[in-house]
Design a protein around this ligand. Sequence first.
Ligand SMILES: CC(C)(COP(=O)(O)OP(=O)(O)OC[C@H]1O[C@@H](n2cnc3c(N)ncnc32)[C@H](O)[C@@H]1OP(=O)(O)O)[C@@H](O)C(=O)NCCC(=O)NCCS
Length: 330
Amino acid sequence: MSTTTTPPLQIVQGMAAAQAHAYLVAAIPATQRCDYEYATPYEILHFDSDLRDAGIPIRRWILGDSKDPLATAFCFRATWNTPRHTFWGHVRVRPDAMGQGYGSMLIQAMEHWAATAGAQAVRLLAHPEPRHNTFLTNAGYVHIGTEQIYRVLLADITMPKRPDASNITIMTLAEYMQREPDAIEQACMLHAAVSLDVPMPDEPVVTLSKFRRLLGEEVNPSCFLLAVSGDMLVGESILMDSESEPGVMWQHATGVLPSFRGQGIATSLKREAIRLAQSLDTRELKTWMETSNASIVKINQEFGFTKVDGAGSTILMYEHLITHGGGNRY
Ligand SMILES: CC(C)(COP(=O)(O)OP(=O)(O)OC[C@H]1O[C@@H](n2cnc3c(N)ncnc32)[C@H](O)[C@@H]1OP(=O)(O)O)[C@@H](O)C(=O)NCCC(=O)NCCS
């Protein structure tokens, strides 16, 4: 007679959670990871403490041994322009443990907790593989959007016909820091405002300490473009070197304050970003776009950006509407 035991499902926090989640993520190639999945405990600890400090509900689970988990999940309330009461979730099952119902257990636990925290919908991302689609469809999820990488070779750029925005100056954050003693605070406020509207913000919570950390570690103030109107910062666009592809830069967080949109400011920021990239011997620009984000899709297509095919260049967004709290005690 054989017996099977269900591995323990634990709610985890702090270093235990960070180490278990990072361990599973580090074992998979970067092209298979999703947004907010980090491969180091340090990044996870920062991510969680920023959300907690901002009063955003977040929970993490691990299934099995915390040193080598079979599966992990996390869920938090979305902080950006999703409908109210939308939560963001993620489930990751170790490849050799797939097909044993662990993903479903974690989805159930996650949705039950989200419902107790007020969720009306849970959204999550998945790479476009038939088994992911089958799993999510069985769990009641519907495909609602697509995140897609686009690229343009700088040699092939076409400049849009739209004129540059008037009464706007484009400068780098490094230049603005020379001019304004509180430049970083101002740029942080702008970045936080823009992050509310980006379909998938890089950082769900933008705090000054996190922003300063980004500038110290990943973002070069000389590659952080600002649109300045009088004494106001009204738009941003950030260029970052690719970690894996020499000559490639990523363009992130192109955004304009809502009351300044439709005046060509994003187009001006992009034009200046291209000049900057050219001066840095960049061969190619890449960017993530949500394919339903009509205005940025239009602008990027005018510049000649085209869709990238290949591993990791498309991520699908799914949603499940929650109508009741589910059935288990997690
Ligand atoms: C996307 C965004 C940066 C555009 O900024 P902007 O300064 O208004 O852009 P521009 O004025 O340079 O150009 C906007 C163009 O998009 C077009 N556009 C706007 N909404 C559109 C829509 N729903 N469908 C099609 N085109 C649209 C405008 O008509 C304009 O083109 P036109 O001048 O030919 O009419 C701004 O809407 C924004 O900050 N959005 C939130 C952040 C975001 O989603 N960023 C992109 C992801 S990183």
